[in-house]
Design a protein around this ligand. Structure first.
Ligand code: NA7
Length: 284
């Protein structure tokens, strides 16, 4: 079973790198060609001129692009390379409705679509330890496990197309709440004159321990927020959640608050920093 990857950003390059290492990568394509040339040169893999060439060369085509419109644009471009039985796996985070639209758009060509957003960030993509939340035909998911094994530690069938994205939204809402808690709590600790590194160690070994505290808390201690989970991407994800809820007449205070915080940080030029930059707004 051969795979192709479209989109060699922070996530896509990790996915493609792991597939290249196991000899399962047939071709890659990236909109900015220099990025694809660098990857193809390093991993000795075929560089496609267009998305359709990747689709023609692979049984399973992974897509990792920024947002909803980008996914639909890429799908338009790869349609000519599709044929019955080929599987398109979108690991981007987009709206559940966009996933359903994507599935419909490739169905006439016989292509099967799985929405497969991931958790684990660029580190997880590089290490092949992402957790994948999959919407779509679970029999297809089972069939393509050989190309999922090198890129994630688990891939879970969550329901029909769109269910993967809905699950990812649950994840992103929780991340917002946890990050708000971690940033506010560490700012309080700093105000009390505590050694924040020690606070992370002590609190991180008790009932309030959590992954964000342990992984992103040290950024707050050092007041340094190098790229990890890009703030602009979490903002995009929370915007999707807001739209879904608005259609149901619901407003979630946590989402509104976090989006307002992110808007401020983006305006201040921090959109490309890790989401731990939220601490910038809480520290005194
Ligand atoms: P990055 O590192 O910003 O990478 C985004 C990739 O998407 C990059 O390869 C882009 O190509 C590509 N892209 C964006 N828009 C398009 C369009 N319209 N057509 C083709 N290719 C496009 O993001 P991440 O890897 O961190 O995240 C990717 C997704 O996973 C995102 O949905 C996250 O929320 C989760 P470029 O190199 O800019 O030409």
């Amino acid at each position: 079973m051969k795979a192709g990857v479209i989109g060699l950003g922070a996530m896509g390059s990790g996915i493609a790198g792991n597939l290249a290492r196991t000899g399962q990568l047939a071709a890659v394509w990236n909109r900015t060609r220099e990025k694809a040339e660098a990857f193809a040169g390093e991993h000795g893999v075929a560089l496609a001129d267009e998305p359709a060439t990747v689709a023609a060369a692979a049984d399973v085509i992974f897509i990792s692009v920024d947002a909803d419109a980008d996914l639909l644009e890429v799908l338009d471009g790869l349609a000519d390379g599709l044929e019955p039985g080929k599987v398109v796996v979108d690991t981007s985070t987009v709206a559940p409705d966009t996933a359903r639209q994507a599935a419909e758009s490739i169905a006439p060509r016989g292509g099967v679509f799985l929405d497969a957003p991931v958790s684990g960030g660029p580190e997880g993509a590089r290490q092949g330890t992402m957790v994948m939340m999959v919407g779509g035909d679970s029999a297809v998911l089972e069939r393509i496990r050989p190309v999922l094994d090198p890129i994630c530690s688990a891939a879970h069938a969550m329901g029909p197309v769109g269910a993967g994205q809905a699950t990812k939204a649950v994840n992103q809402i929780m991340v917002a709440g946890i990050m708000q808690g971690v940033a506010a709590a560490l700012a309080y600790g700093k105000g009390q004159g505590l050694d924040l590194q020690q606070v992370i160690e002590v609190v991180g070994s008790g009932a309030a321990s959590n992954w964000q505290l342990l992984q992103r808390g040290p950024n707050m201690v050092e007041d340094h927020f190098p790229p990890g989970f890009r703030l602009a991407l979490h903002r995009k994800d929370l915007g999707i959640v807001r739209d879904v809820l608005a259609a149901e007449g619901i407003e979630l205070e946590l989402i509104e608050r976090t989006l307002a915080d992110y808007d401020r940080l983006v305006e201040q030029g921090h959109g490309d920093e890790d989401i731990s930059a939220l601490y910038r707004l809480r520290k005194t």
